[in-house]
Design a protein around this ligand. Structure first.
Ligand code: ZN
Length: 344
């Protein structure tokens, strides 16, 4: 159902839109316009780079808009498809979920051709854009609800060769931390669909909260470019952490439920550590204060595993069951490549 004037096979630079039918009370025959840019020249990989999968995560959207304006065909070897604001209605509304249908783009895969707007976009990626692509980059941050230490991320895919290439691309982001995550909150994720199609999938969590420091914009933008160079889609010299005079990326994983701390009750969340800090098992990492009973001692939040504080809840006001912190353990690249994962 999605229409576009873009020709994915045409060399050169094109700016256009994906148009999704959206009939509503005030506009019976409307389309949602999702901006997209294609820059294509010669032989090389096809990279699909996405921002705004969640609308309130703007770091990647800015990085992709800047790249879309700057890229010229002579800078590219292969094809780069850039969609800065994938869930465009959500990006315009500063919400995680689409205001049109209440759906979470990152739980909508594989999608439906004649479903709600979010589901149609997911279906278009599943059936048109992923099959065209060798690599899928999906730039996230914590949005309004979480704040991460800026990190590139990945899933532990079963295919070892795919995993090794994903690991190398994740490290090419050159962030201080890299993070292997587990899906504790549902299925239907965009990266999982792309992984199942055999793609090299590169994802991030570039900070979060509503205030974005300049350093987070810098690592989002420089990491994206370096990964595109690493993948052979953008001309230039790949930078390594060592060449930048930085220590190696700390590789971490949180693959077990115990690594994810959920608020045991509602109240006001106070974090007791800085993001990226080392955490011991049994350490109190924060508190939930009782809004209505300040005379009661606050509920301590105790780490069940040791590692690094990789992310925390951004707003202080917290409901029971909100994820307030994730503790990720350090893992070596060698160990990560050896982990046995049953194919799903
Ligand atoms: Zn996100």
């Amino acid at each position: 159902m999605i229409a576009t004037s873009l020709d994915f096979d045409k060399p050169g630079k094109q700016q256009g839109f994906l148009q999704v039918p959206c009939s509503h009370n005030l506009s019976g025959w409307a389309n949602v316009f999702i901006p997209a840019t294609i820059v294509s020249r010669g032989k090389g990989p096809t990279v699909l780079a996405l921002g705004g999968n969640h609308g309130d995560e703007y770091q990647g959207q800015i990085a992709l808009m800047k790249l879309a304006r700057e890229l010229q065909p002579e800078m590219v070897t292969g094809r780069i498809i850039l969609i800065p604001s994938l869930n465009f209605p959500a990006a315009r509304a500063a919400t995680r979920l689409s205001p049109l249908d209440g759906m979470n783009m990152n739980r909508a895969f594989p999608g439906q051709a004649e479903g709600a707007v979010t589901s149609q976009i997911a279906h278009y990626l599943t059936t048109v854009l992923f099959p065209l692509s060798d690599v899928v980059i999906d730039i996230h941050s914590g949005g309004r609800s979480m704040e991460f230490v800026p990190c590139s991320t990945m899933h532990l895919v079963a295919d070892r060769a795919q995993r090794a290439r994903m690991l190398a691309a994740m490290l090419a982001w050159n962030a201080d931390f890299a993070f292997l995550y587990a899906d504790i909150a549902g299925t239907g994720l965009l990266p999982v669909e792309a992984e199942n199609q055999g793609k090299i999938v590169v994802t991030t969590e570039m900070g979060g909260g509503e205030a974005v420091p300049a350093s987070v914009h810098r690592i989002t933008q420089s990491g994206l470019r370096n990964v595109l160079i690493h993948l052979g889609a953008l001309k230039g010299r790949e930078r390594t952490r060592a060449s930048l005079g930085q220590r190696p990326t700390i590789l971490t994983q949180a693959l077990h439920r115990e690594d994810y701390l959920l608020a045991p009750e509602s109240g006001i969340f106070e974090i007791g550590l800085d993001l990226g800090a080392k955490v011991k098992r049994g350490q109190t990492i924060g508190f939930i204060h009782h809004l209505e009973r300040p005379d009661r001692a606050p509920e301590p939040l105790v780490a069940r595993t040791a590692g690094y504080l990789i992310t925390m809840r951004a707003p202080c006001l917290t409901q029971q069951g909100d994820c307030v912190a994730v503790i990720a353990q350090e893992v070596s690249a060698k160990a990560l490549l050896k982990i046995n994962v049953p194919a799903s």
